[in-house]
Design a protein around this ligand. Structure first.
Ligand code: C5P
Length: 288
């Protein structure tokens, strides 16, 4: 996976920020701090945002983004990373930052978290590694539960609220079809609905037994109750000859299929567009 590319003289560096899927996500209980305990396996995938960073001669920070629906104020996780890094290291510089979005947001693909992690890593590399791995990981966890995972460039198992990560051996490169309907699902909403949620009849929630583990997502239960297109989509994906397994990623709304070895994932993606409507975001990718 590429990390840092030297650019033209004025541009200091570009950072790539991959999306993720959860191959499984089990919620094991609610905590006193409002978060939920999870056991999940996160896989980086070949869909990436790009962040270009160039240092300014003054101390101003300007963020632009290719997607007009993404806020470019201090609430953006890239700027939250910058501010967290500045506080932790006692440094301050001016930056022109451009965020080229390819990962849809509100999608369960970790786009904002990955941008945040790439920014932290990039600033730390540029500054000659003032923060060690553990400090960087602790800082990442203050920005979001998924951010420490994205500091690693490999498949990880995560526990706690998702911030305790352990890299794992993962010899597979799985072909994927990702489908993100037009609606976004707020992560807090999905978790808050988990305890009281029920299974819809006729929908497969049970673990799908695969060579790499049992694919299951406990957040499907609350999310499917409200966004009923998603169970329809899961059932449709599971019926397709190219599909090996199908699941929601994270808290949704992206559904993904893992294509069978040798199957035509592009053909599945084309039919998914017809099934969901031409304006639906459908993407072929693979695990990294
Ligand atoms: O950590 P992050 O900012 O991604 O979490 C967003 C929200 O999702 C949290 O405020 C919480 O409501 C919910 N959440 C949770 N349990 C987790 C992760 C997130 O309840 N393990």
């Amino acid at each position: 996976m590429k990390r840092i590319l030297p650019l033209m003289p004025r541009s200091v560096l570009t950072l790539s920020a991959p999306a993720k899927i959860n191959l499984w996500l089990r919620v094991t209980g609610k905590r006193d701090d409002g978060y939920h305990e999870v056991e999940t396996r996160l896989c980086p995938i070949s869909l990436e945002d790009e962040i270009s960073l160039s240092k300014r001669t003054d101390k101003a920070v300007k963020l632009s983004c290719s997607d007009a629906t993404v806020p470019t104020n201090e609430s953006n996780l890239v700027l939250r990373s910058l501010r967290a890094f500045e506080s932790a290291t006692g440094t301050r510089s001016g930056w022109d930052i451009h965020l080229e979005k390819h990962i849809p947001h509100g999608a369960g693909l970790g786009g904002g978290s990955s941008d945040a992690a790439a920014m932290l890593r990039g600033l730390n590399d540029l500054g000659g590694s003032p923060l060690g791995q553990q400090e960087l990981s602790d800082l990442a966890a203050t920005i979001g539960s998924d951010v420490p995972f994205f500091l690693h460039e490999t498949v990880c198992d995560a526990t706690g609220r998702g911030e305790k990560v352990q890299p794992v051996e993962f010899p597979w490169r799985l072909p994927l079809v990702l489908i993100k309907p037009s609606f976004n699902i707020p992560t807090p909403w999905a978790y808050q609905g988990w305890a009281e949620s029920r299974e819809l009849p006729g929908t497969l929630y049970a673990p799908q037994l695969c060579e790499w583990g049992n694919m299951v997502n406990d957040l499907e239960r609350p999310v499917f109750e409200k966004w009923t297109l998603l169970p329809t989509l899961k059932t449709w994906l599971l019926d397709q000859p190219e599909t090996h397994a199908a699941l929601m990623s994270g808290s949704g709304s992206t559904m993904f299929a893992i294509a069978r070895s040798g199957a035509d994932a592009a053909a599945l993606a084309e039919r998914a567009k017809v099934f969901c409507g031409e304006t639906t975001w459908v993407q072929v990718a693979e695990t990294l």
